[in-house]
Every structure is written in C-alpha cells, then in structure tokens.
Design a protein around this ligand. Structure first.
Ligand SMILES: [Fe+2]
Ligand SMILES: [Fe+2]
Length: 248
C-alpha cells in the first residue's frame, strides 16, 4: 500500500508531532471514535449525491463509496470502543483535531448545490488528503497492530476513492479536469483558513476572559471590600425622602 499512497511532504515533516498525537492510548481511542463520526457523515452525503446525480455510472460509484464510508465508520468505532474498554477511565484527552482531522469527506459542502464535476473535484482532493494521512498513521502505529490493521483496510478503499473520482472527473468535466481541481483546491484552502481563524478566535477569546478574571475582577473585589469597611454595622435609619413632589 505504501507504494500506491505515500504520506504528503507536509505530513512527513510533522511526523514526530503526529507520532505524539497517536502515542497516547486514550487520545487514540477518542480520535478513532471521532473518525467514525466523520466517515459516517461522508457516507450520508454520498448517499445524497447518488440520489441527485443523473449519471447512472456515478450513481453506482457513489453508492459503493457511501457503503465503504459507512463500513469505515463501523471499523473505527469498533476499534475505538475496544481500546477504551481495555483502558482505565480517564478525563477527556486533548485530541489535536486541527492536526489530525481524519477523512473530511464532503466537509461543509452542500451536495444539492454542486454539479457532478465540482463534486468529483472536491471529493478527489478530500480522498487524496485522507489517504495520504492514513498512510502516515499506518506507519506510526507499529506499536498497536490492531489499529494499524484498521488503517490498512481503510486505506485500500481510500486509494480506490481517490482514483475513481479522478477518472470520473476526467470523463464528465467539459473543459478539462485541471481547472475544476484548482477551483476545488482554492475552496479547500478557504475552508482551512476559516477553520484556523475560528480556532485562533476561540484561543484569543479564552485568553481574554482569563485575563479579565484574574486581572480586572480582583480590582473590583478589592474596591467592594474597602467600601464594605466604610459601611456602619447594624440597622440604619432609612434615607430622608426627597424634597421634590413630582418626578419632573
Ligand atoms: Fe473513508
Ligand atoms: Fe473515502
């Protein structure tokens, strides 16, 4: 399988970081469960794509693809659960989803708004990215042969998804598949930017709230305590009523 799909240069450069993500068994189990969710999501989107396309060959391929993704979801779920059962209970582990997101499938794409060629271009890039990532995870999981076997099996289907989407794109694209692939690449880049911006906003928001809590709130607590010291103890006479008789 390694000769057919190789990890991307970018993921190879981050190999030690990915190794760290997959080393912790709790995080590994949670990531597999998360992958199961994204695979099942992809399967549902592909079933919808099969309903919508007017091309009979694409319909058959999308249905086979949807079945593959649902099977991947079951494989990841079963392995994730088996890992969790064998481990002592623990709190939520940091999952590093921005670094190892699994197969994104059709992501936030609205299947009903896409044409066959744009959908195939997006699918091809997404399957290729997933196959390259899974090829790396497979290499990193030598210490967990059962999980590595799951990636081995999934990777064979991902290689097929990657190649059939490219072949079908070349068949259905009116003006060549190159332009379609570039538009899909830009779309993915834009989504990656939005994800990074949202993650950064979340980190900055948390940081600002903590700063307010630890730096600004104590000042008000101090002022309130000083004001409380000036208050006299016990019952006090009510304030004298105001001299004015009207609200004006
Ligand atoms: Fe998959
Ligand atoms: Fe796939």
């Amino acid at each position: 399988m390694e000769e057919v799909v190789r990890p991307s240069a970018f993921d190879r450069a981050l190999r030690s970081l990915h190794g760290w993500v997959w080393r912790d068994p709790h995080r590994r189990a949670r990531k597999l469960l998360r992958f199961a969710e994204t695979e099942a999501d992809g399967g549902r989107d592909l079933s919808r794509a099969a309903e919508l396309t007017r091309d009979p060959l694409l319909r058959r391929l999308y249905l086979r693809h949807a079945q593959d993704e649902l099977r991947h979801a079951a494989l990841f779920r079963d392995r994730g659960r088996a890992l969790l059962r064998a481990l002592p209970r623990s709190g939520k582990a940091f999952e590093a989803n921005w670094l190892a997101p699994g197969e994104r499938g059709l992501d936030d794409l609205s299947v009903a708004d896409e044409r066959d060629d744009s959908l195939l271009a997006f699918l091809h890039l997404s399957e290729k990215a997933a196959a390259q990532r899974f090829a790396l995870y497979r290499q990193l999981l030598a210490h967990d042969p059962a999980t590595r076997d799951v990636f081995d099996e999934v990777l064979q289907d991902e290689a097929f998804h990657m190649s059939y989407t490219k072949a079908q794109l070349a068949r259905v694209a009116d003006r060549g598949s190159g332009a379609r692939l570039w538009r899909a690449r830009l779309g993915r880049l834009w989504k990656a930017y939005l994800r990074a911006a949202a993650a950064l906003a979340s980190v900055l928001g948390t940081l600002l709230l903590r700063l307010q809590y630890f730096l600004i709130l104590p000042i008000f607590a101090l002022l309130a305590r000083r004001a409380a010291k000036r208050e006299r103890l016990g019952f006090q006479a009510a304030r004298r009523p105001s001299a004015s008789r009207s609200q004006y």
